[in-house]
Design a protein around this ligand. Sequence first.
Ligand code: PLP
Length: 418
Amino acid sequence: MKKRRIYTSYSPNTRIKDLLLDIAILFQPYSWFRGYYPSKIEEWFRNQYMTDNVFTYNYARSAIYEFLRAAGIGQNDEVIVPAFTCVAAINPVLWTGAKAVYADIDETYLSPGLGSFQKAFTDKTKAIFIQHTFGLSGDLEKTVDWAQEKGLIVLEDCTQVLNPFSQRQKILGTLGDAAVFSFGRDKVVSGVDGGVLVVNNSEFVEKMRNQQDLLKYPPTSWLLKEILYPLLWAKIKFGMKFGKLGKLLHYIFTKSGLLTRATDADEKLGLKPSYIPARLPNALARLAYRQLNDLEELNKHRAEISSIYDSGLKAISGVKRFSFPAGTILLRYPLLVRDAEKLNKYCTDRGIVLGDWYKTPVAPAEADINAAGYHSGDAPIAESVCSQIINLPTSININSSDAKYIVDVIKEFYLERS
Ligand SMILES: Cc1ncc(COP(=O)(O)O)c(C=O)c1O
């Protein structure tokens, strides 16, 4: 039996050097808020996406909210959103007073195709969100052409993709009027949290700048918990090696409120916390910037791990892989499987904690899906995918022997049932 536990989530990007940087940051409270790292991040995006119009925030959800406000979206407007997403992407629509209308997804790339957007379109539609789920992408150009014909604003959700080095993926982030990127704890590059908006349509820039000038920093208590997050998870994971100690630490850190979740309790009810929107603090920008500088290596690693899953999981009955063009970098490796819940448990019992994006069309499962404007049956394909999907880790802390072990455990599970 393998001893090391394998996690898909829970601070997956944190390497030893990130942890050391985090500790250094913890002891430099004078540079937590102000410093030059947010502008370093902006410069990085300006260079990659060849635009001057880059804005940074404490979350991608803040960026989405600020963009919708600048675009004048509000009461009586509708925004078409993918029915396989995170509540953090939907709430900003609701906070403007607009309605989120769900477009069902295409099962081959887990985001809506043109037909779904057309079906959800009404004379109240003002904007659409296109999303690169896990890094997969569909026939987006056609959708964007249609949206432009209809005079709709297009927000490109790049929170799960960041790969300007591949010729094919270079364009991701340039298709819509604006693109949003995330430095969330489980994202391509992590500052624990953080968001970037790249505005491609100059029409919105002045408003964005005016709004940005009025933004404040998030509270110190919020920031302290963000800085502690990688350290707390490192302690919990270490404790897990001694059985119950890890669980005890997790319980203590969660109950004390020190260990934060990706979305807080209010957000799961559709409410807006007071610290959204806010500026990106220097401390989080510094963490993210360290990983941005290693992005090519981090992405290459994800591709190598994905190829182990790809070849290892071929031809297993009960497992459906996704096909994707060369150059695609998967944030997590998605699979549609038979008996997803049983497989999940089987893997957990063998030390593998699989990813759960997404078990509900508006995730996480504890989110109030009705508050998000989703009604059961709105998106039957998404609902069916939610009941079958699991995701495997591709992050830098997963090595090739971990990936082969995951493959072996999944194979063993289906072999026992054949
Ligand atoms: C598809 C998608 N869009 C937007 C977001 C919001 O990103 P952030 O956590 O940086 O606000 C997330 C993650 O939470 C997401 O998965």
